[in-house]
Write a protein that binds this ligand. Structure first.
Ligand SMILES: [Zn+2]
Length: 468
């Protein structure tokens, strides 16, 4: 029998497949035809079985499925060094919410392109954006230019404002003017991004995100859930962000937030609760009973400074079968590449360890499930989309090379990626974008931030004098 043709054969890698057996092949290979993976296996086996139009030698580097950031307000990446801490903006009269509201279409496109390049450099091929973009079309175009995948949601869906008292940094007059707290608007916009899903090949897709943290009425939450179910997309919402929110929610509704969501019929295996830091026992029971998913944002948790008041439950949830995935929330003080490391340190802080393998599952297959795309993404297996990352074997961080799971979860971060394919397309090669002039993208985001700060009257000077 002749050899089967394929478009690309990635050879001579340490292939961490994330398949159902968690198989590692070394030396291993991945065969790709069009946008799909057709085989994963031992290098010698695939070499004999496939006639490849093109071959890529991984030179012993780790080959893995593209990482997925399950929660990333992508445009906030450009907020680095603007606010030291978004919850403590010092003497400035400009709040973080004003900064959010002061964004233009140009700013959103610039921030998305820069953050997208950074994602590729960190081995990510997809992110889930939680409804903080005013121009989703501009962001979608930037995502497509970079060559990533993304899930986009309608703009800030909220129709109750009482809980903002617990999170004043999230509210401002300017933001509420652009994204009114209004049920009619929100009900009308629930399915605003779902038109993208009509094209089965679309890399930028839509889902439903309700802002949550007590800002949604039962009517809005139930309508959002119904819309998500009718359209076969996940419903995400923030809940249990900080302890004060949980207290206000209980005072207003006479019930704990997640338990209340369960009572309202909003929680099921397609509902994803983002943060879940501050949940009480009844909330916790609702998580387990309902089968809902959770997105854990460890860097955001550390930034909030609430660790001393929290009971850490993520390791226990994962052990008990809750599908926990990882998100960066906003990469202000980090890159998405530090999320697994931060999760490791958070778990260690509370003396309830999570293995590197479990962290990797949270950033791949579980995050694909949070996107509702577990049949298409999250592992290297025949039939799945060819979203594949090849790490450089030449960096010190990749050695010793005995345990690729440990390396991937904890030491290989930004700059360790050599090649990225998304949907079978080569979008990153030799540590550079194949599609964009990176210097131009980076200059554009710095210029956009400078202009935006000037518009808002915000001083961007560093804390030490610039003397030269
Ligand atoms: Zn968020």
């Amino acid at each position: 029998m002749g050899r089967r043709p394929c478009d690309l054969l990635i050879r001579n890698g340490q292939v961490v497949s994330m398949d159902s057996l968690r198989s590692i092949y070394r030396p291993g290979a991945v065969a790709i035809a069009g946008s799909r993976i057709v085989a994963v296996g031992a290098d010698a086996d695939l070499r004999d079985r496939f006639e490849a139009r093109k071959t890529l030698d991984a030179r012993g580097g780790i080959v893995h499925p593209g990482l997925i950031d399950a929660h990333n307000h992508i445009v906030h990446t450009s907020c680095r060094g603007v606010f030291g801490n978004i919850h403590d903006t010092g003497s400035s009269t400009i709040k973080f919410a004003d900064w959010k509201a002061g964004v233009t279409e140009i700013d959103e496109a610039a921030a998305t392109a820069m953050a997208g390049l950074e994602m590729l450099r960190c081995g990510f091929t997809m992110f889930i954006e939680p409804g903080s973009l005013f121009s989703t079309d501009a962001a979608a175009a930037a995502v497509e230019r970079v060559g990533l995948r993304a899930l986009l949601a309608p703009l800030y869906l909220w129709d109750r404002r009482e809980c903002f008292e617990a999170m004043p940094a999230l509210e401002s007059r300017s933001l509420m003017a652009r994204a009114p707290v209004d049920r009619v608007r929100c009900l009308r916009q629930l399915d605003a991004e779902l038109h993208r899903n009509h094209d089965a090949e679309a890399r930028v897709r839509g889902y439903v995100f309700v802002y949550g943290v007590g800002t949604g009425s039962p009517e809005l939450l139930q309508a959002a859930h119904a819309c998500a179910r009718e359209n076969d997309v996940p419903l995400h919402l923030h809940a249990g962000y900080v302890p004060e929110e949980a207290e206000i929610y209980r005072a207003l509704n006479g019930a704990s937030q997640v338990a209340h969501l369960h009572e309202l019929g909003v929680l099921d295996e397609h509902t994803v609760v983002v943060h879940a830091n501050a949940l009480d026992e009844t909330d916790e029971a609702a998580v387990h009973e309902s089968g809902c998913q959770i997105v854990w944002c460890p860097t955001a948790f550390f930034s909030l400074g609430i660790g001393g008041r929290m009971r850490f439950r993520m390791a226990e949830r994962a052990r008990r079968g809750v599908r926990v995935s990882l998100g960066s929330d906003g990469a202000f003080d980090c890159t998405p590449g530090e999320t697994m490391l931060a999760a490791h340190f958070e778990a260690q802080t509370y003396r309830d360890s999570i293995s590197p393998g479990a962290l990797l599952e949270m950033q791949t297959i579980n995050a694909a499930a949070a996107a509702g795309l577990q049949a298409e993404l999250g592992s290297l297996a025949p039939g799945k989309r060819a979203d594949v990352v090849v790490r450089s074997a030449g960096s010190a961080e990749a050695h010793p090379d005995n345990n690729p799971i440990h390396r991937l979860a904890l030491t290989l971060r930004s700059g360790s990626v050599d090649t990225v394919l998304v949907n079978g397309d080569l979008v990153f090669s030799g540590g550079r974008s194949t599609r964009l002039d990176e210097a131009e993208v980076l200059q554009a985001v710095s210029e956009s931030v400078a202009v935006r700060a000037k518009r808002l009257g915000l001083d961007l000077a560093p804390e030490w004098p610039v003397v030269g």
